[in-house]
Design a protein around this ligand. Structure first.
Ligand SMILES: Cc1ncc(COP(=O)(O)O)c(C=O)c1O
Length: 387
């Protein structure tokens, strides 16, 4: 069976051995030095000034929206655009935190939102929370320019695209902030985990408060003293003073340790996924049964799953059967048109729908692209994509 997820993390036997040794000697297992080291290393590798580690990618999205609300950069009721083809917990925080989500359809050949669609569909939107679906992007360079020209705040959900590059720049570095997931099967795994990256110090500080109860303990000394002075809080009560709305979504030292271990494999993992993708793409691009993917504008495509979008339902059934007969695990292309998901209809009920995202859902599926696929497995997957 070629399963979607092969292991809990890259180089699992060695990593487990190291984890056991770490656990045996660690004195602190709640968020501490390993987490801080991982944040530092991740920010450096991603090329961002700040990284805030949390317990999942979903929490990263929730914390980012809460932090922007706390800072007054978003207001309750603001319309906020999001990619119709995405993951549920990209959109749920928007609803949970009182914003007004507006779905933006994807393009069929990039599976992502184009700046033109944004321009035509939602002139009133001042914030966009864009997902880089399955490691791909549309013309993100133009999207960023368009957002700058129109004073639109651009946020990136990069949970599916760690390592992908456009114009020499990593996805996740185009918007004011970006989120990442380290769930098993994603690019880097800490079993569960997520990160928010930004170059904005005020936002990074607010994220640290949102992550842990709204208190000041994880801030730098100067920031702590300034807050305490503003609120007239003495040393004794500072421990239990809560400055703004928050959660407890802290990671543990186990996640931090794993993150630090996995970080050394970043380049290897990304390179292997990119190579596998090229192999799959070679077969898929010459197959008239499948919708072609436009990827020429991308320098590197690092995805954890390869989408297959068939030209119609009948062809889909043929390919599903072909993959299943060859014991390859497949899944739908994430949530399809998010506006049709039960939770969205229940809480937003806007009556909108996104035809391309729906087409992808009805005619597509994905299979794994992981760095531990053997050459033989890559060959099997390649052959299944041929006409
Ligand atoms: C686009 C996107 N955003 C957010 C998430 C949530 O990440 P997590 O599973 O770590 O909560 C996922 C999960 O796969 C995702 O694909």
């Amino acid at each position: 069976m070629i399963k979607l997820v092969k292991s809990s993390f890259y180089n699992e036997p060695e990593t487990k051995k190291k984890l056991l040794a770490f656990l045996a000697k660690a004195e602190i297992l709640s968020m501490s030095a390993e987490c801080a080291k991982f944040e530092y290393g991740f920010a450096k590798k991603q090329g961002r000034k700040f990284a805030v580690f949390v317990n999942s990618g979903s929490s990263a999205n929730l914390a980012l929206i809460q932090a922007l609300l706390n800072l007054g950069r978003l207001k309750k009721g603001d319309p906020i655009g999001f990619s119709a083809l995405t993951w549920a917990t990209n959109v749920m925080p928007l609803i949970q935190l009182g914003l007004h989500p507006v779905a933006i359809d994807c393009r069929l050949d990039t599976l992502n939102v184009s700046w033109k669609t944004l321009k035509d569909q939602i002139a009133s939107v001042k914030t966009v929370f864009l997902t880089h679906v399955l490691g791909f992007s549309d013309n993100i360079v133009r999207m960023k320019e368009f957002c700058n020209e129109n004073e639109i705040l651009l946020l990136e959900d990069n949970c599916e695209a760690l390592g992908s590059k456009v114009d020499g720049k990593l996805l996740g570095n185009f918007g004011m902030a970006s989120t990442f997931s380290f769930f098993v099967g994603h690019h880097l795994s800490t079993i569960e985990g997520g990160m928010i990256c930004t170059d904005d110090e005020e936002l990074a500080d607010m994220l640290k408060m949102v992550r842990a109860h709204g208190w000041d303990r994880n801030l730098g000394e100067a920031k702590k003293q300034a807050l305490r002075k503003d609120h007239n809080v003495g040393e004794h009560y500072a421990r239990y003073t809560f400055y703004d709305l928050a959660f407890n979504i802290r990671p543990t030292e186990i996640g931090g340790f794993l993150g630090n271990e996995q970080l050394q494999y970043w380049d290897e993992i990304v390179a292997k996924r990119a190579l596998n993708f090229q192999q799959f793409q070679k077969a898929a691009e010459n197959n008239p049964d499948l919708l072609p993917l436009h990827v020429q504008h991308m320098d590197c495509i690092s995805n954890f799953a390869m989408p297959v979008v068939c030209k119609d339902k009948e062809v889909l059934e043929k390919y599903k059967k072909r993959f299943e007969d060859n014991r390859v695990e497949i899944r739908p292309i994430i949530a399809g048109d998010m506006t049709q998901q039960p939770f969205y209809r229940k809480y937003v009920s806007s009556g909108e729908h996104c035809t391309n995202a729906r087409f992808v859902h009805q005619n597509g599926f994905y299979f794994c692209n992981n760095p531990e696929l053997t050459g033989e497995e890559v060959d099997i997957l390649h052959s299944l994509l041929l006409p």
